[in-house]
Design a protein around this ligand. Structure first.
Ligand code: ADP
Ligand code: ZN
Ligand code: ZN
Length: 729
């Protein structure tokens, strides 16, 4: 009889012991009884600290079914899981479930299932492709089949359904259900590089440095202005690794994972790229997971959770736009994919490459401190100039729909020159508030205590914190006056305004109300690059990933709010946003400019950013963080708590504070105080921030204290969580 340690997917920070007639390898899934339920757990080889003494062995339950013949999680990923549950103080079973594709969590087989493939029939074998010269698509498809059978899905994607159907109708090929054979390093049979640009000096230096890192753990920060050719560096740096049969894992922000990004890698190497994003079906996700694990895929590109993709022969991990907030998970297991990438690269002894035009202060600090190699691309590729940035003093200027006359004049000049203008507005909707002109009362969402946003297109009010909506009121609830007016400007209003100010100009609005779903966004972006519009109005979405070669003017309407935020990261986020926006404009033949309209033209942050650029701003911001004793110079965790009864939430955090204080340490605590968004969906939100200049003591205190937090009288009546290295308050 063997005792098996199992991570069971329940929210408990412990492992469980079961019995089985023989020993089981770590990484194998098992179905186990847990109370009245049957759950899919994963065998781990950690000695279980909470295991009952062997005398109690007869109380232990037996494993019901063993689901895998061989481990489905390899040693490196198991080690990562262990690190995750210790570092993030999270339940082991939930950690391992987070790392697996949904179908495997549910206990489905990890074996590759049969799929529809198309192969030549006997007639097909005897036929020459010359007979198909009049139908080029069919001919190309037929010639591909002469080399090997193809998956039905891929055939339709590559050659189009009509061509596929014709070939089958002519009995030249047939559809069969077969289990695809595993072909490790499959890409080596197709890889070829037709054309690539000659790297400039800075790119060559970066590529040469990366070529020295093969087979070793090293982290590099590639700090390169937008359009400086970072992606080109990735392409040339991974080329020798791919040629040597090594796999590359590339993480990108959700919004950056476009068909264009993927096809750039596919086209360069003529290989099939595995893609992982949130809109993939469970089946498709499992298939990519399998092909990565068996070593079939040379390149896997995915968003945050792709960091858990198993790889047979890893060669390098790349995190593109490494500053992007989407790499931090904000609920459940609150991991940071960039940190995990470093941890994983170390385990595999492979290099990690972080790239950004606006590096996170954490990464920059590591690079400046010599822990990361620091690679620079200071010039735009192909001779394009950097966007000129200017501040526009909006004080005392009459504003038309939030836009000053001076800015309107500049916009007109760019439009008349046949170029496109991008107008950034930081809020969607018509206006961020509706207020009473008589008594000043604002119409607020009662569940969040925040003003409703006015949405004219649906003629409704919407709360941007809980998504609750209500009909547009006719009267003030306080004084019954019917003169209700909007305050502030959102994208809808700017769109309306520009339509009347530039009646001759075609415009498009891009925010989460107009581009629901990826396809719509990509269609719109395509139309913009075909110059179907001259005016683009939108939110953050416009700042990310896309390059607009015909945009020569970026107008930023209002970012003053961020200058006075209570969040110490607000300046960093603002600087990244503004710099990324500026990067959308201009190319070799059309230099771009950006105008930032502000009521604080002398603000040091804006001055620094506009005159000296992000790199200078960021280095200065680091000095300020150091002086203020803020991350990355100290470590933090935050305990968050929310409840319908604010006293209860507050009491839980006060209790937590006492627990931490009792553990005899010198961690610094601030709070409990209300979160930046104090109320959401009828629940009051508080937080307690704990800091220390070293990581270890902070984690020690937390480990010691968590059982006591769990035992606090309010613990079961409130929602609470611990966030390690929080990025958002
Ligand atoms: P980034 O990833 O920094 O935004 P890209 O790699 O996308 O930059 O490069 C921007 C543009 O410049 C692309 O069209 C790319 O093909 C081109 N480019 C990059 N490097 C070179 C080079 N060395 N010579 C010519 N064109 C280049
Ligand atoms: Zn009123
Ligand atoms: Zn609300």
């Amino acid at each position: 009889m063997a005792y098996i340690c199992v991570a069971v997917p329940v929210p408990l920070r412990q492992l469980f012991t079961y019995t089985h007639h023989c020993d089981l390898a770590a990484g194998v899934r098992v179905r186990v009884p847990f109370g009245p339920r049957k759950l899919v757990g994963i065998v781990v080889d950690e000695p279980n600290k909470d295991a009952p003494e062997i005398e109690n062995a007869d109380k232990l339950k037996a494993i019901e079914t063993v689901l895998d013949e061989a481990p489905i999680i390899d040693a490196v990923l198991l080690k990562m899981a262990q690190w995750l549950w210790q570092y993030y103080h999270h339940a082991p079973g939930e950690v391992l479930h987070t790392m697996l594709p949904v179908l495997l969590r549910k206990g489905e087989t990890a074996q590759v299932l049969p799929e529809e493939r198309i192969r030549l029939t006997e007639t097909g074998e005897r036929t020459s492709s010359d007979e198909l010269t009049r139908a080029p698509k069919q001919k190309a498809f037929f010639e591909a089949l002469q080399k090997s059978s193809l998956s039905a899905q891929q055939s339709r994607k590559l050659f189009g359904s009509p061509a596929v159907k014709s070939i089958i109708d002519k009995s030249l090929a047939e559809v069969v259900d077969v289990v695809p054979e595993v072909r490790e390093q499959e890409w080596l049979s197709t890889i070829s590089i037709d054309e690539k640009p000659i790297p400039d000096t800075e790119q060559s230096v970066a590529i040469a440095a990366l070529n020295q890192q093969h087979g070793k753990f090293a982290v590099s920060l590639l700090e390169g202005v937008t359009g400086s050719g970072k992606t080109e560096v990735y392409l040339q740096a991974i080329e020798p690794l791919l040629q040597a049969g090594k796999q590359i894992l590339i993480l990108v922000p959700e919004i950056g994972l476009t068909p264009q990004t993927v096809s750039r890698f596919e086209k360069r190497f003529s290989i099939d790229v595995g893609v992982l994003h949130s809109q993939l079906s469970d089946k498709a996700r499992l298939r990519v997971w399998q092909r990565a694990k068996s070593g079939e895929l040379g390149i896997v590109i995915g968003t945050r959770s792709a960091i858990f993709t198993p790889l047979a022969n890893p060669g390098m991990i790349i995190v593109d736009e490494e500053h992007d907030e989407s790499f931090k998970q904000q609920d459940g297991l609150r991991y940071h994919a960039r940190d995990l990438a470093a941890m994983r690269a170390k385990q595999h002894s492979i290099p990690l490459l972080l790239g950004s035009a606006t590096p996170a202060l954490e990464s920059l600090n590591n690079a400046l401190g010599g822990r990361y190699a620091h690679l620079h691309l200071t010039r735009r590729a192909g001779g394009a100039q950097n966007t000129h940035q200017h501040l526009l003093d909006a004080r005392d200027q009459p504003l038309h729909y939030g836009i000053s006359q001076a800015l309107l004049t500049i916009m007109r000049q760019h439009i008349n020159a046949g170029n496109q203008v991008l107008v950034f507005v930081n809020r969607r909707g018509y206006a961020p508030a509706l207020l009473c002109h008589h008594c000043g009362e604002t119409v607020t969402c009662k569940r969040c205590d925040r003003p409703y946003t006015v949405h004219k297109s649906h003629n409704r009010l919407q709360c941007h914190h809980c998504a609750g909506t209500r009909a547009m009121p006719r009267q003030c609830e306080a004084c019954h006056s019917s003169s209700l007016v909007t305050a502030g400007t959102g994208t809808e209003q700017v769109e309306d305004g520009l339509a009347s100010l530039f009646p001759d100009v075609k415009q498009v609005r891009i925010d989460s109300d107009t581009v629901r779903g990826k396809d719509k966004l990509h269609q719109t972006l395509g139309a913009i690059n075909r110059q179907e519009y001259q005016l683009l109005v939108g939110t953050q979405i416009l700042s990310k990933g896309h390059h607009f070669p015909h945009v020569t003017l970026v107008a930023v309407l209002d970012c003053d709010g961020a200058l006075f935020s209570a969040d110490f990261r607000a300046p960093e986020k603002l600087a990244q946003l503004v710099t990324q926006l500026a990067g959308r404009a201009g190319r070799a033949s059309k230099p771009g400019e950006m105008w930032l309209q502000t009521h604080n033209p002398h603000h040091p942050l804006l001055q620094d950013l506009v005159n000296n650029g992000y790199g200078h701003f960021a280095r200065h911001a680091l000095i300020e963080r150091k002086a203020a004793g803020l991350p990355p110079y100290i470590s933090q965790f935050v305990v968050r708590c929310e409840a319908a009864d604010s006293a209860l939430a507050f009491a839980f955090l006060s209790g937590s504070r006492n627990v931490f204080a009792a553990s005899n340490n010198d961690i610094e605590m601030s709070g409990p105080f209300p979160s930046l968004i104090e109320k959401r969906q009828g629940r009051f939100r508080f937080m307690l921030i704990c800091s220390h200049n070293k990581r270890a003591p902070l984690h020690g205190v937390l480990r010691q204290s968590l059982p006591f937090l769990q035992a606090l009288p309010q613990a079961t009546k409130v929602r609470w969580s611990v966030d390690i290295d929080p990025t958002d308050f």
